[in-house]
Design a protein around this ligand. Sequence first.
Ligand SMILES: [Zn+2]
Length: 432
Amino acid sequence: MSITQEAARPADRAHPQSVGSESPDGCPPANEVAESRDAAPGRGRDPQSAADDYMTVELLCAALARIRLDRQQADGGHFRAAELPGPLPRAWRDARGRLWWKAQALGSDWPGNDLELFEWCRRPLGSWPVPLSLAGGDLEAILLDGDELSEFAEQAADLVRHADVEAELVQNQTFAALMSCARMNGDGEEAVQRIYCRLRRLLIDRPVLSDRDVQALARELSKADADSDSYLAKFVRTAYVLHPVESPGKVRLGRCRECRNPVDDGASGCGTPGCGGRPERFEVACLGGYWTQHRATRQFFHDPGLLEGRLLDRLAELPADRVRTEPWPCLDAWDAALIFEPVNAGGERECWAIDAKDCASPTLLARGFRSDARVPARRRIIVVPMHRLQTPGYLADLERELHGRAAGVEVLDEKAFLRHAAVRASRAGGAR
Ligand SMILES: [Zn+2]
């Protein structure tokens, strides 16, 4: 059954007609829902109305992710086949309620039933009968691409805290397992940080691991719990999925030459946002099986980490006597800290903290961004990959949305940032 078929259950279909002028279940009271004051969505947005509409969209995305999880649990992972009893998630009803209130205020059409709202989710947000006050680029976004969540919807769902979705669960578990592997194997703060960075980098560089790779890693990171289960094994089991093979030997697989994500036979591209890599065949030598990243690991660590990995590689090329790069300082407070040597004798070192963000919506990025004060820095910079600039007004939208949320945080694209860092490095180290 598709995501939409579920909504067509009779109980739900009857529901909206029965409410008359009353609001659907789960609606906030009228005085908690701002009226829309803008008839022209995207232009001259009123901040309050925009905040409300982003909340509505986030609720919908969290609900779609929740429905997918329920479906996966109901039929062991086959997304389309489940018959699912029970009501739609609370977030879905809340979002529908918010749309209902807005439609009342505007005198516009509203989704008459859940099936209709699912249909809306397949259309660009800017074309919905209830006009949404969203940034220009976001009005182009769809929430459902066929029966799959769009990239926009995946990221929006991720930003809704406490949205109980499988991906968030795996993301949190992976993070926790990575952290305990680093803590248990690291003797002292520095060693913990070093192992943390190594495992974070593994998630970026190695979407596929053979069991031999894992064995080699386990010899280095060998600490185990009371049941002799190693912390590394727990980490790998959480972040990756095992594919057993019948006999030891080489397995031929397809992957993207650039980002190294696995690709299916016959695929023309890899499908990773911003990646133009071509598919290639490669061999994995394994004893009993190989590991590929869990969907959530790919979504939350690998794919967004590609930009982080690229930046760290480029920063490592800067002269070490002028600038030092610390990846993921304070166990990931920021993606990197750059420490420039003093410009002249008696001067001070200067630190920049950077966060690499590859996010479809600048507004959602800004809404979810927290500037972590644990790293004292002269400049705090969000670095955006070049492919996001294809969205018109992306950087301006991001700067505007950050304004008032994260004071003093700058926004630079990848190339501009590397240029700034190189210029600043060339002035550093004069004190010697
Ligand atoms: Zn790729």
